[in-house]
Write a protein that binds this ligand. Structure first.
Ligand code: ADP
Ligand code: MG
Length: 257
């Protein structure tokens, strides 16, 4: 075996052992390019390290996105602010930077069905994910079922500690279906646990004065609302459903044809 080939094989073996997959796959190509450009050894190593770091961050972001379990991918770019003039656009763009997460503040997105609450909640949580935050997204009914099952299987502590590790927990569609007493208590518990430790993003079609009807216990609902809204940004969605607006726009433009 020629010396050069032998060192290539060994380097690649060691890079694999060291879990540096990008350096492993790129080292020969970058070596050839560096030789052509007369780069010295350290410049070569630097180029290779940079490739590994960029790739590592990309892989980590992909992992975080997958772990967040978003129901679909929604971005701020796809959000039509002109269709929702009630919304404070500068505030939304500021929130996309994520400072509220470092301050453990919550987001509350309130308004009727179809007005884009879930879209914006996902878009802001995805932005958080891409900038390095750990996020987990649930529909409230799904989370309550998961917590009730975990309680029956005596794995509630494990689920709670998994949730406590997140920087942001999205609770989508609070109040669409009335919660059972046990379910509501678990939800109140989660809101209490998250208070000042992590950020919650809640979407709801329920005006605050109706929360007790859906969640029961005036005292517990009051305490949960108090914690949720203590340090929080409220985004109000008013107007017609986006789908309805969209359908009307399309049928108008058809008539004009
Ligand atoms: P909500 O959660 O308030 O019921 P959604 O976020 O699910 O509403 O919105 C319903 C559909 O309309 C989704 O497909 C969403 O992407 C789209 N949509 C809503 N508002 C907008 C908007 N302002 N710009 C672009 N798409 C929107
Ligand atoms: Mg929704």
């Amino acid at each position: 075996m020629k010396n050069e080939t032998k060192s290539t094989v060994l380097v690649k073996h060691h890079l694999k052992q060291l879990k540096l997959p990008t350096m492993h796959s790129e080292c020969e190509k970058v070596a050839a390019r560096s030789a052509k450009e007369n780069l010295d050894h350290l410049a070569y190593l630097l180029a290779l390290c940079e490739l590994e770091l960029v790739d590592r961050e990309r892989r980590a972001a992909e992992r975080r996105l997958k772990a967040a379990r978003f129901p679909s991918s929604k971005t701020l770019d796809e959000f039509d602010f002109d269709a929702r003039p009630s919304l404070n656009k500068p505030l939304v763009l500021e929130l996309a930077k994520g400072d509220w997460i470092d301050k453990r503040e919550n987001l509350l997105l309130v308004g009727p069905s179809g007005t884009g609450k879930t879209h914006l909640a996902i878009a802001l949580a995805m932005a958080a994910c891409l900038s390095g935050r750990k996020v987990r997204c649930f529909r409230v009914t799904e989370l309550i079922t998961t917590m009730l099952e975990a309680r029956d299987e005596k794995s509630l502590l494990r689920l709670r500690s998994q949730l406590a590790k997140q920087d942001v927990v999205v609770l989508d569609e609070l109040g669409y279906v009335p919660a059972s007493k046990a379910g509501a208590e678990l939800l109140f518990d989660l809101i209490g646990q998250a208070y000042e430790r992590q950020s919650l993003v809640v979407t709801t079609n329920l005006p605050f004065e109706h929360w007790t009807e859906v969640l029961g216990s005036e005292r517990l609902t009051g305490a949960a609302l108090d914690r949720l809204t203590h340090r929080c940004h409220i985004l109000e969605f008013t107007g017609q459903s986006y789908r309805l607006q969209d359908a009307q726009r399309r049928s108008r433009s058809k008539k004009q044809e």
